[in-house]
Structures are given as structure tokens and as C-alpha cells.
Design a protein around this ligand. Structure first.
Ligand SMILES: [Zn+2]
Length: 947
């Protein structure tokens, strides 16, 4: 049994959410229809047909599916969600001599499990190949899931396009299908739309035919065939056409059919199509394997025109790199990317990536580093999936982490740092901040979950698309790559892909590929990292000279794992960083701790550190003296410790303080020691740590004030040194540090910085847009509103509403959410009730929740309006999760935890119960940390006369 059959066979028995594996789809569309069955001749011309009408925001469709029966059955079960209405269902079968009446069936719709069951009178025999035709239709959804609308403005008028988002379980909201990743099939898609619009899908256009409604009725073009098929199917069912999909007439105006080429076999969640007034930029790359020239394009709605050049550039640069790394040619004839406003992040649909403007568009006249970097990272991630995920696909969603972890490590690290043109971005250090820190923070809670987690229903599956699935998975793969060596790691990946081309797989298949490349037992090395919750802390005790004792225990952020929570023993690559006599940096990568404790020989008279380069997914706890000595050494210029080591030290010191395994003042000491750091990424890590500390004292006026003065003392000298304007010949790092220092100094009210930004704001408002460079637009907008009044807020709202560029959009949202005035804060909350772009709602809400003056107001509002909020977002993707985490996650009292817990007891939290558990635990962790740290931090600030 191969992995694919195994996964499907298991599914049938285990859960009502899973489809039985005895009837599988082979092909959606007409390619293999047997035309001798004249009574269904009309069906022979049907594909997966989608007719989109952007005026009525609705769609109609018909799909023909070729099936294969692997075990005798009288039932065909597939997925369809209540969002679509099924009209006529026709089953016909060629390889079995059944009379028509034998095939008459009953149909069960089960909205809870989103399944449809067709029952036949006589069983379908093993080996038979029935063909199913279904007419369906629905409204374009406003929820950014399934087949949905996305809006944009042209000269103040609202316009729409339509796009798909099917991962993980939303293809069934668009068309009836076998909506599980192991049911791979080929697709022949045809779209019908108004003539002036553009249709795009996974595959290139094969042909396009235009006609009027009258011509269609007169028998011209595919629509005529379609409409007669629709009426035929409807008649055959013996019922009147139902509800809102009865109108198969085209309506006024000119229409067209766009027929796409047939796709290779793929999973439903990767199918994509879109219709709208799209603009396009195009380029190409030459395959280093076959020499073929493959077009790459980026489509946008008209409001994004002219901003896609950098995305296009990244695409054409990265595609041939991946072909080389994987040694597998990109199998599709083109790669398109579409940018749509109402979209969650980005989605790797095969041959048609779709994403939101924030991660794809940049005004070429005002490039800023963060946007440049974000676009490169996201597109490199999505392109990694074109092989890893799309050609070889996880058998089931419990292996989603493998898919996302791999694309993340390629997009954020390996391709960016080693192959793309940007080594000076220092992705290795950035990865620690953007991935590993988050992973370690989340996975240190009891409410965490193993990254490979058994799941079956859509509510569980969609919650798996969380930071653990991305960040911990990526960090664990990075640890493996460091352990075996990156070249061997990639060789193993290539072997794995070649072995499972067009199939489905599990993590063990990847481990086997890497084992083949390295000769190491990767399965047993990796097992506990993926199947167990949490990760270890390694405690180092120095014995007699030349020997250290090391011990592993599970790390919990509340500091006290019970014995039954501390049973896992991980295989920990110790990566011991030492220096030889010439003070060269050496990392002993392959030493493993695979038992509870052991002794290791080490020259402790020279500087050393475990987890060298911070590539491991664990924390290290030294004695107070040793921790101080390492930090002092790391602060020296020319030390053997690099940026990554300093970032790791800050992160571990913070976590050990949170867990009360060390004093919180030791974190402040480390930051004080590192205050002459010249690197942006080192500062970013320190800033993240200080922000976490400041957040637990946000309702303690005295400590907030003391920490504010401490932060001013950190950032003011950097701004003084670097000034406000980037110079062309400066490194990315210097520019990044300038941006960070100005933003932080402004946020903690450093008077000189505030004054400078306010004067730049004034000039900007008087028409001099160059007064505020793109990199400090966000900081300046926030200062303007924070230190201004209604007039500045209204100006900011105007900027938000009139700007099409994401580079101005996000800063404007930041500005609107920065007021200290309760009235203006309430107005922002009211404002979020408008039908905002999907991506913008989250930005508004999260930014508002980060404003300590707005936090309590937002909490009260959320309690009072919870039902309405749930009504709006409950069926959506992960907006409820974001709301719960951002609104309540910074609270620091037991009363707040109890109140939230009681409040949610009677609510339907099925779609976001993980976020609820994580947030409640976080509030309690915050509470404990605040209590334990108050006197310590007060004493530290007092010594420095900061309170
Ligand atoms: Zn991904």
C-alpha cells in the first residue's frame, strides 16, 4: 500500500468528517468522457465550468467527474458545503451493464459534515468507472474563503473581482468535490464571464470564444452547449430548477468562454480561478533543466497597477534557483501571481499564487526595506510550495507542518540567504526573530500542541494554520539542516521529491530521503520534535575543571512542569561553540544529548556556549555567573559570539525570567551590556524582549514610567548617531537600525525625536511628501496622531481612504489607532464595523489592542458586542483567533482571566478554542511573572534613578 492509499483507507474508518476511499475522482472535466453514451452527450462537452457574474456577485457551475470504484459500494460520498446549492445530479456508468432505473438514487445532504451521499439501487462494482455530473451555484462569498469577491476602488467607485481561497477545506464551498489532499485528480477548467474581464486559473488559456447572449441562445459557442446541458440535466432529474441557480440565460452584454489546458493531478485545495478587470506585468525565466522559457506574470486590480515589479523580479529570479536546488523541473507551463485586496496572506495555488497587497505590492518610487524584504520572503515561500506541497503533497492535514515548515525555512532563510542576491539581509539572524522566538514562546505553554497533531474536522484543521505549524516546524527543520549540513539536507529533499512526484507523503518519507543522503537515522532523531508537545531546557552545571554536567527537562513558561509533563527525552544537537587557541569560532555540531543527563569534557577556562549559532529548538540555562560571563564576552567587539548568539542569549534570558528560573533584572542587565550593539537585528531582539516586559507592567504607572525612561536612554543615542535620513551607500542593517530606533524613541516619547517627526509631518501636510522617507512613515504618522487631536486623526483617515499603496495604507492604520483620546479610539472601533478589506480589519484591531490607552476600551467593547462580532467573523478564517489573542493577551490579572473564562463558557468557541486556551494561559503567566518581577525591576530602576 502506498502512502496515498494508506491515508485514505485509514480515513474512512476513523471519522465522520473523512470521505471513504472506495470511490475516488480521477479527472474533473471532459477529457475522458465516453461519447458513445448518447443520452448524456451534452455532458461530453462539460468541464469544471464556472460562470461568474461580477454584477450580481454570483456564480453557477457544472462539473463532470470521472470516478474509479476500488471496492463494491452502493454509495458515492463527496464534499459540498452549504454555501453552494446543488441542482441536478446525474450519474452514468459505462463499464457495468446497469439499466437506467438501477442507477436511480436518493441523495443525502449533511451540512454538519459538509458531505453529500448518493445511493444507487444496485451496487457499483469494483473496477467500474462511473461519471458524475452536478449542476451547482451560489453567491460569491464575502468571507474571503471559497470562491469569493474582492473589492477595490476606481475613482471613488467600488468595483469587484472574484478569487478563490480553498486551503484547507474551502474548495467544497465553491464546487462539489473530494476535498481531501490525498484525492488527487487532473482538472479541465472552463470559465464563462463578461467579455471585458480577464479569467485566470492554474493552467494557461487553451482558447477563448466571445459571443452575445443572443448568439449563445442561437447555438453559438460553448455557452449554448452549456445551457442546453443545464436544461437537460434539470429535466432529467424530473424537478423544477431550484432557487437561485435556475437562470441559465446569460443576461445582457457580451460574454466569453475561457478554456484552460488540462492540469496534472493535484489536490482540491490547490485549485484556483479568478475573474476581474486585471492588469498584468510579464517576464520569463529559462529552465536550467530543460531550457524551456516559462512565462511569469503578476496580475493586479487597477488600483495596484505599477506596483508589482519587485514581486515579478523575485518570481523570475527564484524559479530557476528552485529547479536547481530540487533538480526537478517546474512542471507547469507558466507561473502567475494575482494580488487581491480581500485576502488572507498569500496562497500557493499551483501555477496561480494569490495574495494580499501588503505582501506583493510596493511603489517603485518609494521602496522601503521592510516591504522589499517581506515580498521576497513571502514569494520565495509560495514558490517553494510549487514543488514541496504541490507536486508532492501531504497525505493528510496532520502533516501540514511539514509543508509550511519547509516553505518557511526556504523562503525566510535558505534561498534568501544563500542563493538570492541578498546575503547582507542576514536572514539567519532574522529567522531567529521572525520564527524561532515565536515558536519557543508559544510552545512553552501547556496549551500548545505537537506540530504533528491528529485532526479531522475543518475547525481543527483551520486552527492548525498557526505559528506553531509555521514557525516551530521551520525551526525544527532548521535544526536538522544545521545538524546534517545544509547541502546534505537539500540533497535529501531532492531525493524525497523525486521519489514521490505527483503523489502524497508523510514526514517519514522526507526523513527517509535525508537518511539516504546522509546515512543517518533521521526518523528517530526527529520523532519527538514533531510528535510531542513542547521542547527542552538544557541546564549546564560546571563540575571540576574541564567537565560540565548537562541535563534536559521540558521547558514550561510558568517554570514548573509536573513529573508527568516531563517525560519526553529529546535528541538535542548541542552545537557546542568554543574557541581554539587562535580564538577561532568552532561549533561541534554533531554532539547529541539523547538521555536525561550526562557529563561532557570542555575547557571552561575559555569562552563557550551551547546552541552555537542558536540553531537549536531549546533553551540553555547556565549558572548566574556563567550567564553573566557569556553576555560580557558577547558584548565585546570581535568576540567569538555572533549576532545569532546574542539574539539567542536575549531570548533565553527573557524566557528564564518569565519562568522565574532567573531574576527579571538579569534581562535588564543583558540589555544594558548590549546597548552599544551596532546591529539592527540584535536590537530588534532586545526591543521584542523589552516590549514583553513593559507589557506586563502596562497598568503599573510607576514601573511603566521607569521603563519608558530606560528605553529613552537606549534609543536616543542611536538616533543621535544615525540621524533621520538614509544615505544611498549605507547597508541594509544601518538603515534598519535607524528605522527601529526612531520608531521606538518616538513611541517612548523621546522629546527631540518627537519634535523632529512633528516638524516633518507639518511639511508633509503642506505638500512636501519627501519630508517623510518611506522607512519612517509609520513612526511619523503615529506621533502625529498621538501628539495631535481630531484634525490630525481626520487627516490620517483621509490618507487611509485615498491611498492605494500598501506602503501608505499600513502606516495610516497605525496612525488612526495611535490616539490617546477615548472618543477617537471609540470612533476607530466604530470604523472597523464598515466593510473594510479583509487584511485591514486585522491590522486595525491588532494595532488598536497594542495601544495601551485603547486596550480597556476595546476589551469592554468586545464583551458588549461579542455576539455581533461572532456573527460577522465566526465562519471566517482565523479572525476570531486574532481578536481573542490581541484583545485579551496582554492582561495581567487573575480577575481578568476568570472573567474571560466565565464569559466564553457559553459561547461557541469550536472554531478558535485553541486561541482561547492559549490566551487564558498567557494571562495567567503574565500575572505570575508580574507579581514575581515587580520588586526586582523596581529595585533595578531605582538603582539607576529611573524611578
Ligand atoms: Zn505556505
Amino acid at each position: 500500500m502506498n502512502a496515498q492509499e494508506g491515508a485514505v483507507a485509514m480515513s474512512a474508518a476513523s471519522s465522520p468528517y473523512r470521505l471513504p476511499g472506495n470511490v475516488r475522482p480521477v479527472h474533473y472535466g471532459r477529457d475522458s468522457v465516453d461519447e458513445e453514451f448518447a443520452y448524456d452527450a451534452e455532458c461530453c462537452l462539460l468541464d469544471l465550468n464556472i460562470k461568474t457574474d461580477l454584477e450580481s456577485l454570483s456564480f453557477q457551475g457544472v462539473v463532470v467527474v470521472d470516478l474509479e470504484v476500488s471496492e463494491e459500494t452502493s454509495e458515492i460520498v463527496f464534499n459540498a458545503a452549504e454555501d453552494i446549492k446543488l441542482n441536478a445530479i446525474v450519474l452514468h456508468i459505462q463499464s457495468q451493464s446497469l439499466e437506467k432505473e438501477d442507477l436511480q438514487f436518493g441523495t443525502d445532504l449533511d451540512p454538519q459534515y459538509e458531505r453529500v451521499t448518493i445511493r444507487t439501487r444496485k451496487p457499483l462494482l469494483e473496477g467500474s468507472k462511473p461519471q458524475l455530473t452536478i449542476v451547482f451555484g451560489g453567491k460569491l462569498s464575502g468571507s474571503s474563503l471559497g470562491y469569493h469577491s474582492s473589492s477595490y476602488q476606481v475613482n471613488g467607485t467600488q468595483k469587484y473581482c472574484s478569487v478563490t481561497q480553498f486551503e484547507p477545506t474551502f474548495a467544497r464551498r465553491a464546487f462539489p468535490c473530494w476535498d481531501e489532499p490525498a484525492f488527487k485528480a487532473s482538472y479541465k477548467i472552463t470559465m464563462v464571464s463578461r467579455e471585458e474581464t480577464v479569467n485566470i486559473s492554474n493552467m494557461p488559456v487553451a482558447s477563448e470564444t466571445a459571443y452575445t447572449s443572443a448568439q449563445a441562445t442561437g447555438g453559438y459557442g460553448i455557452w449554448s452547449t452549456l445551457s442546453s446541458a443545464f436544461s437537460y440535466l434539470t429535466l432529467r432529474k424530473g424537478a423544477e430548477p431550484q432557487s437561485d441557480i435556475k437562470a441559465f440565460s446569460l443576461g445582457d452584454g457580451r460574454w466569453k468562454s475561457t478554456e484552460f489546458e488540462t492540469s496534472p493531478v493535484m489536490s482540491t485545495y490547490l485549485v484556483a480561478f479568478a475573474n476581474g478587470d486585471f492588469k498584468v506585468v510579464e517576464d520569463s525565466y529559462t529552465s536550467p533543466i530543460s531550457g524551456k522559457v516559462i512565462p511569469v506574470r503578476v496580475y493586479t486590480t487597477p488600483d495596484g497597477e505599477g506596483q508589482a515589479e519587485w514581486s515579478l523580479n523575485v518570481s523570475k529570479t527564484v524559479m530557476p534557483l528552485y529547479e536547481k536546488v530540487f533538480d526537478v523541473e517546474f512542471p507547469l507551463p507558466k507561473l502567475d501571481t494575482l494580488v487581491a485586496n480581500d485576502y488572507h496572506g498569500a496562497m500557493e495555488n499551483w501555477g496561480l499564487i494569490i495574495g494580499q497587497p501588503n505582501v506583493y505590492l510596493m511603489d517603485p518610487n518609494k521602496p522601503d526595506f521592510n516591504t522589499t524584504q517581506r515580498i521576497a520572503e513571502v514569494q520565495t515561500h509560495e514558490i517553494a510550495h510549487q514543488w514541496f506541497g504541490n507536486i508532492v503533497t501531504m497525505s493528510w492535514w496532520d502533516n501540514l507542518w511539514l509543508n509550511e515548515g519547509f516553505a518557511t525555512i526556504m523562503g525566510a532563510l535558505i534561498i534568501l540567504d544563500n542563493f538570492l542576491v541578498k546575503p547582507e539581509w542576514n536572514s539567519s539572524a532574522r529567522f531567529l526573530i521572525s520564527q524561532t522566538s515565536d515558536a519557543l514562546a508559544l510552545d512553552s505553554r501547556r496549551s500548545s500542541h505537537p506540530i504533528q497533531n491528529p485532526v479531522d474536522n475543518p475547525n481543527e484543521i483551520k486552527q492548525l494554520l498557526d505559528q506553531l505549524t509555521y514557525a516551530k516546524a521551520a525551526s525544527v527543520l532548521r535544526m536538522l539542516s544545521a545538524y546534517v549540513g545544509e547541502e546534505q539536507f537539500l540533497k535529501g529533499v531532492s531525493l524525497y521529491l523525486k521519489k514521490h512526484l505527483y503523489g502524497n507523503s508523510t514526514a517519514n518519507d522526507l526523513w527517509d530521503g535525508i537518511a539516504e543522503a546522509t546515512g543517518l537515522d533521521i526518523r528517530s532523531l526527529m520523532d519527538n520534535w514533531i510528535t510531542r508537545i513542547g521542547y527542552p531546557v538544557v541546564t549546564v552545571t560546571e563540575k571540576e575543571s574541564g567537565v560540565i554536567h548537562i541535563r534536559q527537562d521540558r521547558f514550561l513558561v510558568d517554570g514548573s512542569p509536573a513529573p508527568e509533563e516531563n517525560e519526553t527525552l529529546w535528541n538535542i544537537p548541542l552545537s557546542i561553540l568554543t574557541s581554539d587557541n587562535t580564538f577561532e569560532r568552532t561549533i561541534t555540531q554533531r554532539t547529541l544529548l539523547n538521555q536525561r543527563e550526562t557529563d561532557i569534557k570542555l575547557d571552561t577556562t575559555k569562552p563557550f556556549k551551547l546552541n552555537g549559532g542558536s540553531t537549536g529548538v531549546y533553551r540553555v540555562r547556565y549558572s548566574t555567573e556563567r550567564a553573566q560571563a557569556i553576555a560580557k564576552e558577547a558584548a565585546k567587539e570581535g568576540s567569538i559570539f555572533k549576532t545569532e548568539d546574542r539574539i539567542g542569549l536575549v531570548s533565553d534570558t527573557l524566557a528564564l525570567a518569565q519562568a522565574s528560573l532567573s531574576d527579571t533584572s538579569s534581562l535588564l542587565n543583558v540589555i544594558e551590556l548590549f546597548k552599544d550593539d551596532k546591529e539592527n537585528l540584535g536590537w530588534t531582539a532586545m526591543n521584542d524582549a523589552i516590549t514583553k516586559l513593559v507589557n506586563i507592567f502596562w497598568e503599573d504607572e510607576e514601573l511603566s514610567e521607569g521603563l519608558r525612561i530606560f528605553q529613552q536612554s537606549l534609543y536616543a543615542p542611536i538616533v543621535e548617531r544615525l540621524g533621520y535620513d538614509n544615505q544611498d551607500d549605507e547597508s541594509v542593517d544601518v538603515k534598519g537600525l535607524r528605522t527601529l530606533a526612531i520608531a521606538r524613541a518616538a513611541a517612548v516619547g523621546e522629546p527631540k525625536v518627537v519634535k523632529e517627526l512633528l516638524s516633518r509631518w507639518k511639511a508633509y501636510n503642506e505638500g512636501d511628501e519627501s519630508a517623510i522617507p518611506a522607512d519612517i512613515l509609520g513612526a511619523t504618522f503615529r506621533v502625529a496622531v498621538e501628539h495631535g487631536g481630531r484634525a490630525e486623526w481626520e487627516t490620517m483617515k483621509k490618507i487611509y481612504e485615498s491611498s492605494a499603496s500598501p506602503a501608505t495604507h499600513l502606516p495610516a492604520i497605525g496612525g488612526m489607532c495611535s490616539s490617546k483620546d477615548p472618543e477617537l479610539i471609540k470612533e476607530v472601533i466604530e470604523y472597523t464595523k464598515k466593510p473594510l478589506r479583509t487584511q485591514d480589519f486585522d491590522s486595525f484591531w491588532i494595532t488598536l489592542a497594542n495601544n495601551s490607552f485603547a486596550r480597556r476600551i476595546l476589551i469592554d467593547y468586545t464583551y458588549e458586542n461579542f455576539d455581533a462580532i461572532f456573527e460577522r467573523f465566526g465562519r471566517g478564517f482565523n479572525t476570531m483567533r486574532n481578536i481573542i489573542e490581541s484583545t485579551f493577551g496582554k492582561l495581567t490579572t487573575e480577575e481578568d482571566a476568570t472573567k474571560l473564562e466565565d464569559f466564553l463558557k457559553n459561547k461557541d468557541t469550536a472554531g478558535y478554542n485553541m486561541a482561547v486556551a492559549q490566551t487564558l494561559e498567557l494571562i495567567r503567566v503574565n500575572t505570575k511573572w508580574r507579581r514575581n518581577a515587580t520588586e526586582d525591576v523596581k529595585g533595578w530602576l531605582d538603582e539607576r534613578k529611573m524611578i
